[in-house]
Design a protein around this ligand. Structure first.
Ligand code: UT7
Length: 364
């Protein structure tokens, strides 16, 4: 069924006495001139899973996993430690670091691919848990780019006057969507959460975002199978236990590797240029923690000077935590004193979709 065509005569007839259609002038908001990250926090589940433990389920070795990915361990959330719990924990830490009243938070954005409810969003519960009841709350699906997408939105929302402060959280419980028997991914992913409070600033603290997506790579990292196919398989009396495997995050590793290692550096460079800087101006580089070899390839292509601190430790200890990886790695650098308040950091997420987002930020 098609809808009625819109009347394009251009006339605005008077409908009732004194009212002329289309003449009311509405207001739009203007917000802060600049924004910055006020505080950051993280949540790292206690349980550490070694490569040897993973190799009980797949034909692999600690040596192979370290060499090919840089991963040594990953953290795994407990059975009752949910995406919402981890996000709220990281969010509270970020609010504490920012030193603001959570009631001032106007929006909560949770970037995740592992909240186990199609609806409602995790963010509504997270807002409640951090003391931001009444704030707008929604989840953002951009996989490993999700946190940097969220920072871009928060910057826009504050500069448009839509919110005073925005809480952005990247969180994953990838262990709920890991197939322990899949050799290509069982060792790759980890659990955790990282958060940032974004607010108004007297000077520029978040550079223009360079972000995008390429749907021609949709099949390269994705949930497999989708929920509807999975239900059909469950209903099919002839399906095998193998068919009935719980949906997991599947990845065509080598294709994603080539895309990330060779196509992403120019995007990161554009974010530096968009901020009016050169790589020599950077203090810190926090790329998505997907693979040490990808980080090395991007660093080389960017020709980063020696003084730039590159986040590499989290891929070793935490593995690939998807949307959580950039805020987790940043928080770690700050905690360990390798990055400092006021440092200029290039942060960069890329992953399923395919999606990417990069921006230069001033660290809190
Ligand atoms: O977060 C979103 C973005 N994600 C990424 O950027 C991840 C990108 N991809 C990767 O990091 C890498 O592709 C992996 C670390 C996942 C895999 O490393 P790879 O070097 O691409 O391995 P491969 O799949 O090309 O396999 C190389 C060899 C193959 O053997 P042959 O054919 O050369 O004899 C595989 O069968 O290694 C074999 N192999 C393994 N061996 C031991 C594949 N998986 C394993 C394994 N253990 N787990």
């Amino acid at each position: 069924m098609t809808s009625e065509p819109i009347d394009a005569t251009g006339t605005n007839p008077t409908t009732t006495a004194g009212h002329v259609r289309g003449t009311a002038r509405l207001s739009q908001r203007h917000g802060a001139e600049f924004t910055r990250i006020w505080g950051m926090g993280d949540h790292r589940p206690e349980r550490v899973v070694t490569n040897d433990e993973i190799c009980q389920y797949i034909d692999s070795s600690d040596e192979w996993i370290r060499e090919r990915s840089g991963i040594v361990t990953r953290h795994q959330a407990g059975p009752d430690e949910s995406v919402v719990d981890m996000a709220a924990s990281a969010g509270r830490a970020a609010i504490g670091h920012a030193g603001i009243d959570p009631a001032r938070i106007g929006a909560v954005i949770v970037a995740t691919l592992s909240h186990p409810y199609q609806t409602p969003a995790a963010a509504t519960l997270v807002a409640e848990a951090v003391g931001a009841r009444g704030a707008a709350a929604f989840d953002l699906s951009a996989a490993c780019s999700g946190y940097c997408y969220g920072i871009s939105l928060a910057d826009d929302m504050i500069r448009s006057g839509n919110s005073d402060f925005v809480l952005v959280i990247g969180v994953e419980k990838m262990s709920d969507f890991r197939d322990w028997t899949d050799r290509g991914t069982a060792f790759v992913f980890g659990d955790g959460a990282g958060a940032a409070v974004v607010g108004p600033s007297e000077s520029p603290g978040i550079g223009p975002s360079v972000w995008g997506a390429d749907g021609s790579g949709y099949d390269l990292i994705k949930q497999s199978p989708d929920w509807v196919t999975f239900r059909r398989v469950l209903d099919d009396p002839n399906s095998t236990p193998q068919d009935r495997r719980w949906p997991w995050i599947d990845m065509v590793g080598p294709s994603v590797f080539r895309w990330a290692a060779f196509k992403m550096a120019p995007i990161a460079l554009r974010a530096v240029q968009a901020a009016g800087l050169s790589v020599a101006d950077l203090d810190v580089f926090v790329p998505h923690q997907a693979n040490t070899r990808i980080i090395d390839a991007i660093v080389k292509q960017l020709k980063l000077p020696e003084h730039v601190v590159v986040a590499r430790e989290d891929i070793a200890d935490m593995a690939n935590t998807s949307a959580a990886s950039v805020p987790l790695a940043t928080t770690r650098l700050l905690r360990e004193g390798r990055a400092k308040t006021g440092d200029v950091s290039l942060q960069f997420g890329f992953g399923a979709g395919l999606t990417w987002a990069a921006q230069v930020v001033v660290l809190p």
